[in-house]
Design a protein around this ligand. Sequence first.
Ligand code: ZN
Length: 191
Amino acid sequence: MKFCSDCAHPVSRLTPPGDNRPRYVCENCGAIHYQNPKLVVGSIPVWEHGDDLRVLLCRRAIEPRRGFWTLPAGFMENSETTSEAAQRETEEESGAHIDLHTLFSIVNVPHVHQVHLFYRATLLDLEYEAGEESLEVAMFSEQDIPWSDIAFPTVEYTLRAFFTDHARIAREGGEFLLHSEDIRHPMMRPD
Ligand code: ZN
């Protein structure tokens, strides 16, 4: 940030009285411009009939990570809820029609000032098409997931947790859990 968004005066980087970290402060009008993490919200759209379990993924048409696969997700807008954001992003990126279920994962990515949230979702049909930000949209069973071409560790974490939960529930019943994780180096893979 270089200029005050209230008065257009150049801002300074300093710790305001009573605060404990540096902020962008306008010494002309006194405005303190706080910067806080952004929420990235998406879904895990699933098609399941008998033993056939598949998850919808989008191949990114935009940077970062163009050409890599991701769950449909994007930045939450003002005046919407997290579940509305998940529904909207899924529709925009994949054209998919979904029923949204409970929150499944919450992943902190402090390095890039983001928190990623993914909701479970059921596909209502198999009619989908790539939106503006996707090169293609496709369904993958667990063994076909392109693990080495997944765009972000938050998506890989969420997919692995989803299949682990799904297998546990198939084996012994129970519910999907809420999974939380901190990823400190976003472009580094667990392996
Ligand atoms: Zn100002």
